[in-house]
Design a protein around this ligand. Structure first.
Ligand code: ZN
Length: 152
C-alpha cells in the first residue's frame, strides 16, 4: 500500500513566511488599523500562497506574486476601518498599488529599497509610484500637507 506523505509546506515556504510575516503584519495593520484584521489578512495571504506555491515559484518574481495576494487579502478588510484616517483616504483616492507604497512609506516607515524588496518591484519603479501617489494626495487633499505622515 502506498503511503501518502503528510501534506507539509516545503521548507522554502516556511522560510519565506518567516522572512515576510512581520513586515506583512505591519503593512496590514497600518492599512486596516486593527491587529485582528491584520492577522487574518496575513493568514489568508500566506494560505493562498501555500496553495499556489509551485506556480508562484515559477512566476517571474515570487515576492511580487506574494505581494499581490497580500494586497488582495488586505482589501477584504478595507470596510472594517473604523475611523477615517490618512491611509483610508489613500485607498479611496488612489489605485491600490499606489496607496500601498504610501502605507509602506508613511505608515510602516520603509525606505524605497526596503519597499522594493518587500514588493518584489524595481526600486526606480517604486520611487516613481511613491512620488506620483504623494503628489496626487497633496493635490487632492491640501490639508494633508500638515499630516505627520506627509510632511514632504
Ligand atoms: Zn477586518
Amino acid at each position: 500500500m502506498a503511503i501518502t506523505p503528510p501534506r507539509r509546506p516545503p521548507l522554502e515556504f516556511e522560510a519565506f513566511c518567516q522572512l515576510h510575516q512581520r513586515p506583512y503584519l505591519l503593512y496590514a495593520q497600518a492599512r486596516s488599523g486593527s491587529e485582528g484584521c491584520a492577522r487574518s489578512t496575513v493568514e489568508r495571504a500566506l494560505d493562498e500562497l501555500s496553495l499556489r506555491w509551485r506556480t508562484a515559484l515559477q512566476s517571474p518574481c515570487l515576492p511580487a506574486r506574494a505581494w499581490e495576494l497580500l494586497s488582495e487579502a488586505a482589501a477584504v478588510h478595507d470596510p472594517c476601518r473604523q475611523e477615517r484616517r490618512w491611509c483610508t483616504t489613500a485607498y479611496d483616492l488612489l489605485p491600490d498599488e499606489q496607496a500601498d507604497v504610501i502605507v509602506l512609506r508613511h505608515g510602516v516607515n520603509l525606505n524605497v529599497g526596503q519597499m522594493a524588496t518587500l514588493m518584489g518591484a524595481d526600486p526606480s519603479a517604486v520611487r516613481i509610484r511613491l512620488r506620483a501617489a504623494e503628489a496626487a494626495l497633496r493635490r487632492r487633499r491640501p490639508k494633508m500637507r500638515t499630516s505627520p505622515f506627509l510632511s514632504l
